[in-house]
Design a protein around this ligand. Sequence first.
Ligand SMILES: Nc1nc2c(ncn2[C@@H]2O[C@H](COP(=O)(O)OP(=O)(O)OP(=O)(O)O)[C@@H](O)[C@H]2O)c(=O)[nH]1
Ligand SMILES: [Zn+2]
Length: 368
Amino acid sequence: MKNDASFDFQSISPEIAVERAVAELRFGRPVVLREGGRQIVTLALDCVSPSVFDQFARACDDRHGLYLTEERADRLGIDSSGGIAVPLAGRSFEEASHLAYTLGAQKPESWAPADPLVAASTEIARLALLLPAMVACEIESGNGRFSACQALDMAQLKASNAARQHFRQVVSTRVPLKQIGDADFAVFRGGLAQKDQIAIIVGKPDTSAPVPVRIHSSCLTGDLCGSLKCDCGDQLRNGLKQLQAAGGGVLVYLDQEGRGTGIGAKMRAYGYQHQGLDTIDADAELGLASDHRRYEAAAAMLRHLGIEQVILHTNNPTKIDGLRVNGIDVTGQVGVTGTVTRENVDYLRTKTLKAGHTLALENLIAAE
Ligand SMILES: Nc1nc2c(ncn2[C@@H]2O[C@H](COP(=O)(O)OP(=O)(O)OP(=O)(O)O)[C@@H](O)[C@H]2O)c(=O)[nH]1
Ligand SMILES: [Zn+2]
């Protein structure tokens, strides 16, 4: 955590500036992003009302454009690197939304490669758990029409990344669990999105040797409600049992619903899955990449617990890489499976085929 003495009440840190911008976007207000001598003003389409959209168009003198990510552009049949900008002059909120997220939308008549500064603003939308469809416009310095909007420098956005690793433990308390008995729930606070994150400590792991660890991303539908569409609930409970059987370990439960996209995006993606898209293409239709999760928080929490070496319980190679780039030594991997159901088999197959999950799916199906 930052040394409290560094807060002088007269300036703000990069991460506070970013958090404020995130809050503004979620209120449906524009954010100004600056780099060098340039500045753009941007709104997340996902979070504005039609009247604010029209008001923004007027304030931009109709020079505003719609930024679409590379994934969304690709779904519209446009090959781009870094996304595209579609001019919005004369277009309604409904037309813009159709272009940004609707299944089966037509390729726009005109578009241009995206401004990298606008593309960078999707990072704020991502932290705000909003879809990365940005309505944006370049503005001159001295333009007073957006003077009350939160402004952010690109340098602050980049510098805020360091905060992703700043965590402190708030509390650790015993909780009796149905399947494995007592476990300690250690709550950590900090990071960039300032959410509380949890490490569930099973038994008394020996931190002088590689510790069995599961990194589990939250899944409200699966973990909590027993949804048959995924294997998350089983993996959560089986993961805890595996850690106990291994003589103790840690399950890091990360607030990363929908592979880091949030419950709103995940439910929208489920809607497209009901229309036949797989889990990756459904996210791409919303402009999202195949996985938005980050592992700085997990690595920082493990280090707080004195853990530098782990045996990771996962089928997902991205989690192994994610821990390694954040300084945790992954010395081994153990798979974690759940029940294959009629409803989740396609999801599991897509994870193995498109996301490289090491899951022997056909063996699992044959064993049931
Ligand atoms: N966007 C999106 N997220 C989903 C979908 N189904 C499940 N999820 C999310 O996917 C994540 C799955 O988390 P985990 O089980 O920890 O991770 P995993 O990538 O399956 O890897 P391992 O379980 O470790 O093998 C959770 O954040 C779920 O909310 C989906 O169809 N779309
Ligand atoms: Zn799930």
